[in-house]
Design a protein around this ligand. Structure first.
Ligand code: NCD
Length: 308
């Protein structure tokens, strides 16, 4: 039963629950008008202490398209956090006004603290360099819709694997499906954190390799998941400047890729995918942003326990 629960990290959901959410998202895609008022009278609070375009707007669009309403703030400065209020007090207050909340916060664990302080469902919309479970739901729905399955493929994840929370959540979630091979492509300094390597990949006997050059592995990949170097998590600007353009996918580099490979990116993109790639049929990152809204519609319905 998902009703009344929070979603803080991908492992909060069993594989069956994940399937349930993705199946509901498929139904919504097939007939969105049938879901137009299922959340009538319900309110979503969006508590965003960090910048966001897709995550916040897709949550808001999701609730509006379900017939519900939204309220919230889009920076810590415009909330009482600027006066020194704790996350615990803020969520207790929001729970007086809303039925469900999505929270993005620069501090790892903040949405978990929020969830521990209320009975209202809290969704982690990204906590620091830690996890981003609804981006993962988006990624899974996109892969399942476009490739028809979530098993038996090789996924290349490229860029900032150290600070990229979308990467950490995606690896966790995909590690439970059969025969997924990971090719982890990053500069030495931006390799995946130890806890992901040891506790997820090594412990579960999952096949993976860590490489520095994307060109050398391009032809092996069924999915290429590009990520932005996470400027805001760097301690010094010189390191960011040195690493920011480590990877730039362009048409020439894609010549070696499989014809049915899909290119994903949680967005925002900076330089890591040239704009010329957007017209390649393998470029699926804007479709992915749309799947993000549908999967959030499904998640909100499940956590609120509303049905068609
Ligand atoms: C990601 C995030 O916020 O972690 N964006 C998103 O939610 N789609 C990726 C990023 O900011 O690079």
């Amino acid at each position: 039963m998902l009703k009344g629960r929070s979603l803080i990290e991908p492992m909060d959901l069993t594989l069956e629950e994940l399937d349930e959410i993705l199946d509901l998202a498929d139904q919504i895609i097939a007939g969105p008008s049938e879901f137009a008022d299922v959340c009538k009278g319900k309110v979503l609070g969006t508590l965003f202490y960090e910048p966001s375009t897709r995550t916040r707007l897709s949550f808001e669009a999701a609730m509006l398209r379900l017939g519900g309403s939204v309220m919230g703030f889009s920076s810590g400065e415009s909330s009482s956090a600027a006066k020194g209020e704790s996350v615990a007090d803020t969520i207790k207050t929001v729970a007086c006004y809303a039925d469900i909340a999505a929270m993005r916060h620069p501090k790892e664990g903040a949405p978990k603290v929020a969830a521990m302080n209320t009975d209202m469902p809290v969704i982690n919309a990204g906590d620091g360099g830690h996890q981003h479970p609804t981006q993962t739901l988006t990624d899974l729905l996109t892969i399942r819709s476009l490739k028809g399955k979530l098993n038996n493929f090789t996924i290349g994840i490229c860029g900032d694997l150290k600070f990229g929370r979308t990467v950490h959540s995606l690896i966790k979630a995909l590690s439970r499906y059969e025969n997924i091979k990971f090719v982890l492509i990053s500069p030495e300094e931006l390799r995946i954190p130890e806890y992901i390597r040891e506790e997820i990949l090594v412990r579960n006997g999952i096949e993976f390799k860590e490489v520095e050059r994307l060109e050398n592995v391009m032809e092996e990949l069924d999915v290429l998941y590009m990520t932005r170097v996470q400027k805001e998590r760097f301690f010094n600007e010189a390191d960011y400047i040195r690493l920011k353009d480590s990877y730039i996918v362009n048409n020439e580099k894609l010549e070696k890729a499989k014809k049915d490979m899909i290119i994903l990116h949680p967005l925002p993109r900076v330089n890591e995918i040239s704009v010329e790639v957007d017209s390649d049929p393998r470029a699926c990152y804007f479709k992915q942003a749309k799947y993000g809204m549908f999967v959030r519609m499904a998640l909100i319905m499940k956590l609120l326990g509303v049905e068609k």
